[in-house]
Design a protein around this ligand. Structure first.
Ligand SMILES: Cc1ncc(COP(=O)(O)O)c(C=O)c1O
Length: 388
């Protein structure tokens, strides 16, 4: 199998030796039958965990529906999901696509309609917005950008939470400001409410479109359905993806009336975006998150976990900082995170990393506290074993 990957797959990924083959809830099982707690959830996708009964039922029902009809024709599941997302967010309209990067790409275009002729975009250092050219242009991480330059011109990058730099950057030539309310790839860095409020004020004053990329931190992960609801700052546009389709590709852009009113037939589109089965799964995900109480569970589990992480940081000198909210958490170490991640895998915990020295945790929302407790003990033990 690995020989096939080496021989036939494009070398975009450096695969690990871990081969998950089955799973249930927050547990994964590898090809040898070993069981792991999954604290990564397919990089923030599997919010409901594996083989969730509601998703299985929805998918089975969807198998006998039309799998695709094109966006030339209205699909009821799209309408229902749009209504749910609009109602829950307080924004006005939804556009569906297949992935996070496409959602951001669409947001760049919609912002252009709102501010014709303005080329300037403002984004943050260490941001991550995806891999297509527009999204890479907004991504403040050189290795992702440099090989593909020249990218979109006119992007200004600022340090996270630097209100003065934001004031200096946003003006009446700015098309849009792109922010992740909690930076994911950038090391789990929450933006402060003051910074988000300043962004809102500056965008109101200049007409720049405020876009929140909630692809990693949205849809319940912070303990609120939308991360912007934590800060009490409503953006003009929100981009969503990862958990929305319950594991199938589905992205969305939510827009306020000012921006939405400018988008006319022909301005944007997609062949596959808003696929009926993916949208049915999206409705099932929202049912579980909202009516099923899963977002409230994230808030409760996340608050408990946050305290446990803070206490770990106090007693463990190898932990430099702990950051995040709900079930999006970063543990910054005094050493490289990669070798620690490998040792944790050997102990039965799947975790992610961010930057060089941050352990990134994005567990399924159904994760039991016992799994998080066991992880903390394993991490502490691993860090005591010395610099890996
Ligand atoms: C904040 C953020 N934006 C955009 C993306 C890109 O999403 P996708 O990989 O679905 O294109 C990601 C993916 O990790 C992300 O974390």
């Amino acid at each position: 199998m690995e020989a096939r990957a080496a021989a036939f797959l494009l070398g975009t990924y450096s695969f690990t030796k871990f081969h998950p083959r089955d799973g249930r809830g927050a547990k994964l099982v590898d090809a040898d039958g070993k069981v792991y707690w999954d604290l990564l959830a397919g990089i923030a996708v599997n919010a409901l965990g594996y083989r969730h009964p509601r998703l299985v039922k929805t998918l089975k029902a969807g198998a006998t529906d039309l799998l695709h009809v094109s966006n030339l024709f209205y699909q009821p599941a799209q309408g229902e999901l749009a209504e749910r997302l609009v109602t829950l967010s307080g924004l006005s309209r939804a556009f569906f696509c297949n992935s996070g990067t496409e959602a951001n790409e669409a947001a760049i275009k919609f912002a252009r309609l709102a501010n014709p002729g303005r080329a300037k975009l403002v984004a943050l250092d260490n941001s991550f917005h995806g891999r297509t050219v527009g999204a890479v242009s907004l991504t403040g991480n050189l290795p992702y950008r440099e090989p593909f330059e020249p990218l979109l011109p006119g992007v200004t990058f600022l340090p996270a939470n630097d209100v003065e730099a934001l004031r200096a950057a946003v003006d009446d030539t700015t098309s849009a400001v792109f922010l992740e309310p909690i930076q994911g790839e950038g090391g789990i860095v929450p933006l402060t409410p003051e910074f988000l409020r300043a962004a809102r004020e500056l965008c109101d004053a200049t007409g720049a479109v405020l876009v929140f990329d909630e692809i990693q931190c949205g849809l319940g992960r912070t303990g609120k359905l939308f991360a912007f609801q934590r800060a009490g700052v409503t953006p003009d546009v929100v981009t969503l993806a990862k958990p929305l389709g319950g594991g199938l590709p589905l992205g969305a852009v939510l827009l306020n009336e000012r921006v939405a009113a400018l988008v006319k037939p022909g301005h944007h589109g997609t062949t596959f975006g808003g696929n009926p089965v993916a949208c049915r799964l999206g409705l099932a995900v929202l049912d579980e998150l909202v009516e099923g109480g899963l977002v409230a569970k994230v808030e409760e589990t996340g608050a408990w976990f946050g305290k446990r992480l803070a206490s770990l940081a106090r007693r463990c000198p190898a932990v430099v900082d702990v950051r995040g909210a709900g079930l999006i958490r970063g543990i910054e170490l005094d050493r490289e995170a990669g070798p620690v991640q490998k040792k944790l895998l050997a102990k039965g915990f799947v975790v992610g990393t961010a930057r060089k020295n941050v352990i990134r945790l994005l567990p399924p929302y159904v994760v039991p506290k016992a799994a998080l407790s066991a992880f903390l003990s394993a991490l502490e033990e691993t860090l005591k074993e010395g610099a890996a």
